[in-house]
Design a protein around this ligand. Structure first.
Ligand code: NAD
Length: 440
């Protein structure tokens, strides 16, 4: 199959590279010239484990190429995947479809012969029909079909998720388009990946329903963690106790500072707006959005309280800035709420992140960015762990204690054991594990 991917970001680049790994002939298109030039040299503009070697391998094999020329990429494609961004629209939080519609218009002008146009971007229900309408104004409808194929990959594990997905969802009413999508994903049939064919609308909504459910699960365990702190229970035990129930499952039951990233915050907002537009309230989703926003701010309060009630003129060391480990993505990371809030209370922030610092420099001001995990600790009044990168899981705790002015650690990811930290002489606080659980 000849495939064109429009938008070479986290989703477009991973999808395009993995399709070429399947054996398809793929052209990834982006309007960002710098990105395309980097990619032509086999270099990845994003940090995603395993991606760069796979790009280089498929470039060399001649199955993968990069271009700013949408017209020729589309003209020779059997299928065109739209993977452009759908950020939150200012004001109401609905997904901004400007990039999707612009791409649809450009594609319409470039189509030659029957082409399947696939929305891989996360788009509100009804968007596929709008894309269909836009294209049919320019192009005869017998030359194309519009299909929805939402992407479920997780940043940090994107290659594995794409190559071995739990399922592939395809929304279409066209038998011809269905055959094309079956052919594209045929390599996955060897590992018996379920392929779910639905209507366009069901497919579009499935993506939002999935993300909203996961965001709800995280929010549930976060609130349960707060209750644990009040009543002397331990959220690790509670999460394990409920997670072992097969109906609940153990994933997404890790209490933390609130969800961030490029998907959950914007997708819950967009779904909420869709529910309002259709007079079909989603009160759970509305509550999840509110709780999560407040939670990030509350984390700053938690840190201030661990520092004795004030961070004014105190040096706070922060480890981890990205919204989760194994990505350089800073979009809506809890650190972007927590750090400015601490700064407003007078704190001086010294931070380190293995991959997120160049992006963080654009988004945070007055932060001193350090070379490694130990540099920010020198003479700091407290250490705060915001993101659970592997290299923070086994810090040399004696070195940490010696470097800090006071042995205060706020672990917002629960990566250390409270008992152990207490025994080592730390003033340790984490999420949902109260002092009652510290008895040895
Ligand atoms: N990031 C994730 O983990 C993830 C997971 C699943 C779904 N999604 C969804 O996938 C979509 C893309 O997300 P992303 O994180 O990859 O976005 P991104 O911002 O990283 O990348 C989007 C890319 O599209 C390019 N672009 C915009 N308009 C273009 C045009 N007309 N022609 C060519 N290129 C164009 C931009 O330059 C940019 O490089 C979003 O709808 C998102 O919700 C993202």
């Amino acid at each position: 199959m000849r495939i064109a991917i429009i938008g070479t970001g986290y989703v477009g680049l991973v999808s395009g590279t993995c399709f070429s790994e399947f054996g398809h002939e793929v052209v990834c298109v982006d309007t960002n010239w710098n990105k395309i030039e980097l990619l032509k040299q086999g270099k990845s503009p994003i940090f995603e484990p395993g991606l760069e070697p796979m790009i280089a391998k498929n470039l060399q094999a001649g199955r993968l190429s990069f271009s700013t020329d949408l017209k020729s990429a589309v003209a020779s494609a059997d299928a065109v995947f739209i993977g452009v961004g759908t950020p939150s629209r200012r004001g109401d939080g609905q997904a901004d479809l400007t990039y999707v519609f612009a791409a649809a218009r450009e594609i319409a002008e470039a189509i030659s012969g029957y082409t399947v146009i696939v929305t891989k971007s996360t788009v509100p229900v009804g968007t596929g029909a709008q894309v269909q309408e836009i294209i049919s104004k320019i192009c005869d409808s017998k030359h194309f079909d519009v299909v929805s194929n939402p992407e479920f990959l997780r940043e940090g594990a994107a290659i594995e998720d794409f190559m071995r997905p739990d399922r592939v969802v395809v929304g279409t009413s066209s038998a011809k388009a269905k055959t094309v999508l079956e052919e594209i994903y045929r390599p996955l049939s060897l590992i018996q990946t379920p392929m779910l064919f639905t209507s366009l609308e069901s497919s579009e909504l499935t993506k939002y329903a999935g993300n909203a459910f996961l965001a709800t699960k995280i929010t549930f365990i976060n609130e349960m963690a707060d209750l644990c702190e009040k009543v002397g229970a331990d959220i690790h035990d509670v999460a394990k106790g409920i997670g072992l129930d097969g109906r609940i499952g153990q994933k997404f039951l890790h209490a933390g500072p609130g969800f961030g990233g490029s998907c959950f915050p914007k997708d819950t907002r967009a779904l909420h707006q869709t529910s309002l537009d259709n007079q079909s309230p989603l009160r759970i989703v509305e509550a999840v959005i509110d709780i999560n926003e407040t939670r990030k701010i509350n984390m700053a309060e938690k840190i201030i309280s661990a520092c004795g009630g004030s961070v004014s003129d105190k040096k706070i060391a922060v480890l981890g800035l990205t919204f989760k480990p194994n990505t350089d993505d800073m979009r809506e990371s809890p650190s972007l709420d927590i750090i400015p809030s601490l700064q407003r209370s007078g704190a001086q922030i010294f931070a380190y992140d293995p991959e997120g610092m160049s992006e963080a420099r654009e988004l945070l001001s007055d932060v001193t960015f350090c070379e490694n995990a130990y540099d920010p600790l020198e003479n700091a009044d407290a250490l705060v762990i915001i993101t659970e990168w592997n290299e923070f899981r086994a810090l040399d705790l004696e070195r940490v204690k010696t470097a800090l002015k006071k042995p205060v650690m706020v672990d917002l990811r629960n990566i250390y054991e409270p008992n152990d930290m207490l025994a080592r002489g730390f003033e340790y606080s984490c999420i949902g594990r109260s002092n009652n659980s510290l008895k040895t």
